[in-house]
Ligand binder design. Structure first.
Ligand code: SAH
Length: 390
């Protein structure tokens, strides 16, 4: 295996657990590195750190797969790792749907696998992981005997790795509009054309948190996608629920999910730009008992972080104004660059501008099938906040 030696200065960071090695952190490589190959990384004073995969095209030259010198990176490695991932999820109580592999947080950098009962959706976002796709598919077949496996590699970040964007079957073709159960409700998931892998599993535990506050409430949900939070609200006893999303396709699926659960007499979805509608309604003095917001990520780069802050402040200010005194705002942020304390500050600024007092009911992150590794920034990305608006 080709040897990669790190510079003295950065070694502690990597030695202390970080799996990424940037090109400018490498002192020397024994040979020129080829994209996708497995290499061995050593400290400046020749102590073994780990085996990982390399890509000279990427700013992140090596991503570590193991810190055990004897572990070989081969088909069996992926089988063992996937077994470990499944054991962990089962321990947490996930039986049907879960993020089976959450990349770096599972020691499998840039690999995402979502499990929707007997169907699996895969993303391999780096070249060094992409080359192991056949081994990963084989491991899934061995462990789960899936009804279908689908690749959702239509993700721009792959281009930084010199990989094409693509999607398609990794098993025999199947009907890609599947049905899942969550918290006793049914949802259609379009794994071929839906957003990301088709469904936002990261909110699956948080959806249960609205159970008590929505009882007999008039509820407004914005950025609803296929209507998961809103249908939960109806199921938990809301008086009426209105959901808004800018995507007509998402709204159609949300309405069909409402019908599927026999809740279409309580919950309705409309196509609308939430920024515009919430602005008009707050001017008109419209009121709800509970307002729920779950917008998409507003930025992925530090340069435009201010834009994200402005966006969050604006939408939460408008949302808060629509809450009756004593009602609740349920608000999320999936922008990983907006850290939990920054998000709280933004909500506080919004409350000040709305001239409303608020108190925190609960503040959480993504569900446990997306574990957080401290010090590995991007693994903690979701903020889920419930506040009472006085
Ligand atoms: N709450 C959903 C996930 C929401 S994803 C769930 O748990 O499944 C974010 C959604 O916001 C997407 O469906 C996207 O279409 C929608 N969206 C983006 N910009 C919007 C806007 N300006 N107004 C309304 N919806 C918007």
């Amino acid at each position: 295996m080709i040897k990669v030696t790190l510079k003295r200065k950065i070694t502690p960071r990597v030695a202390n657990g970080h799996p990424w090695i940037f090109a400018n952190e490498v002192e020397k490589t024994a040979e020129e590195l080829k994209g996708g190959e497995v290499v061995s990384v050593f400290t400046h004073d020749d102590k073994f750190i780990g085996h990982g995969y390399a890509n000279p095209r990427s700013q992140i030259l090596v991503r570590l797969l193991t810190r055990d010198r004897k572990t070989e990176i081969n088909e069996d490695f992926f089988y063992q790792k996937l077994q470990e991932c499944w054991t962990y999820r089962q321990k947490l109580g996930y039986t049907e749907n879960c993020r089976l592999v959450f990349g770096e947080a599972d020691g499998l950098p840039q690999l995402i696998i979502d499990k929707f009962n007997d169907y699996f959706v895969i993303q391999t976002l780096a070249l060094g992981m992409d080359v192991w796709k056949p081994a990963i598919v084989k491991a899934l077949e061995r462990i789960f005997s899936p009804r279908g496996i689908y690749e959702r590699n239509d993700v721009p970040v792959r281009e930084l790795e010199g990989l094409p964007q693509q999607k398609g079957f990794l098993s025999a073709p199947f009907d890609t509009r599947i049905l899942i159960n969550e918290n006793g409700l049914k949802f259609h998931v379009d794994i071929e054309n839906g957003q990301k892998t088709g469904y936002f599993l990261d909110q699956q535990d948080n959806r249960r948190c609205i159970q008590h506050i929505v009882k007999n409430a008039e509820v407004l949900g914005a950025f609803t996608y296929t209507g998961t939070f809103e249908i939960h609200a109806a199921h938990y006893g809301a008086k009426s629920v209105l959901g808004l999303d800018i995507s007509a396709n998402a709204v159609e699926q949300a309405n069909s999910n409402a019908k599927l659960n026999g809740l279409d007499h309580v919950v309705r979805f409309d196509t609308a730009n939430a920024f515009d509608v919430l602005k008009i309604w707050s001017r008109e003095g419209k009121q709800f008992d509970v307002v729920m917001l779950d917008p998409p990520a507003f930025t992925k780069s530090r340069e435009t972080i201010q834009k994200a802050i402005t966006g969050y402040k604006e939408i939460n200010l408008r949302g808060m104004k629509l809450v009756r005194p004593g009602g609740f705002l349920v608000t999320s942020s999936c922008t990983s660059l907006v850290k939990p304390d920054l998000f709280q500050n933004i909500i506080q600024m919004a409350a000040k501008d709305a001239r409303r007092q608020i108190r925190q009911v609960s503040f959480q992150t993504q569900s446990g099938d997306h574990p957080v590794i401290w010090g590995l920034e991007n693994t903690e990305y979701l903020k889920f906040l419930i506040i009472q608006v006085l």
